[in-house]
Write a protein that binds this ligand. Sequence first.
Ligand code: TRP
Length: 455
Amino acid sequence: MGQSEKGITPSRGSFASRFGIIAAAAGSAIGLGNIWRFPYLTGQNGGAAFLLVYLLFIIGIGIPVMLSEFVLGRATQRNPVGAFKMLEPGKPWFLVGFMGVLAAFVILAFYGAVAGWTMEYLANSVTNAFSGKTTEEIATMFDTFLAHGYRPVFWQLFFMFLTALIVWAGVEKGIEKYAKVLTPMLLVIVLLLDFKALTLEGGTPGLQFLFSPDFSKLSSNSILEALGQAFFSLSIGMGTLITYGSYIRKSENLPKSAVIVSFSDTLVAVLAGVAIFPAVFAFGIAPGSGPELVFKTLPMIFQQMTGGMVFAALFFILLLVAALTSSISILEVVVVYAMEELRWGRKKATLIATLVVSFFGVICALSWSKTASWIIFDKNVFDLFDFAASNILLPLGGLFIVIYLGWFYGKGRVWREISNRGTLSARFLHVYMFVVKYVAPVAIAAVFLHGFGVF
Ligand code: TRP
């Protein structure tokens, strides 16, 4: 690749020099997936057994896929489509990148909707709207909000506007500086919630639910959901981390980074579970409530805390920032793709991508009101988008990425990238190659086919 080629995206160089890879990738990984999606899926899929399978997938599939994305991104210095075009010119591999761009649209559509809910709840915290309400009343509050229609749409568009503003200006660097401080702060608040939850009367069955596995509750669909959640939470399978990998300095230790990011992400999810489930049981909320679970549970915990209103406001602000550092990483994939492959300017790419995402986002946000009657495969639009992205597009993307790395990229080139051209030891290289060649592809394919009832 010549110098002039690299000159297409002058922003890439400066991005690389200041971007702490761990802060950036963790900022992408830690988000609504940990606080909202993980507890609700764990609740729907029976608790501890689901958690166990999830952890297995993080270690056996998630970390290897993450490392593979870092390797491809840093080696090619490209967006996901460009990376495959460069490595395999004239072959259909670039379609894997396209699938990632498509997944970005689908994910961002429903992600923006949920981020909008957190903005409503931030507003509710500031106005002390949870105070003195019963569990029933808190639940009704959320249902009424969703059924309202235009309010969720307003917040969703507002969130997309913020995301677009950051990506438009290309100030991800600035955001990451805040994320470095605010993500640990989110962790501290979650720990405080844990402490409160653990002292709730009647909360112990919640811990049992989360940590004492009952495998009879595990359906083949639950296993697919666990796989989808591992991909969603780690931000893998659609090329986000190929894009971020292209910003990583040549001196960074890729395997170590993948492990640290995955570990932090999983820690936040588990701690969120420890906060939610005791409260779910203490207040008599159904663990399988679905996407609304945390929005009906958390206000009840805040209500029991001294200074709960302040904690609630702080929590929802931090969650919003966590959601923003994730949503910019999704939009960035589309924008960098359009900049490098279609030669659009950053502003044009951001504007068009945001308009398209917002259009589908509005349909998602209205899934409990105006578009509630649009039921496809037994799911409303929101659930359909979530399912299609997390359980189909991401695992499929991950499958192709590990197959490519294991069977086509070549062990020598893998070694060069993970050892930084021999400056780091890479003793586990053969284990990693074995995993990306056999373990991960077979596991993903098996879960996938099983989940869809093929065997
Ligand atoms: N992982 C983020 C979360 O947990 C969401 C996210 C950001 C994502 N980038 C992604 C999900 C790429 C899948 C693919 O909230």
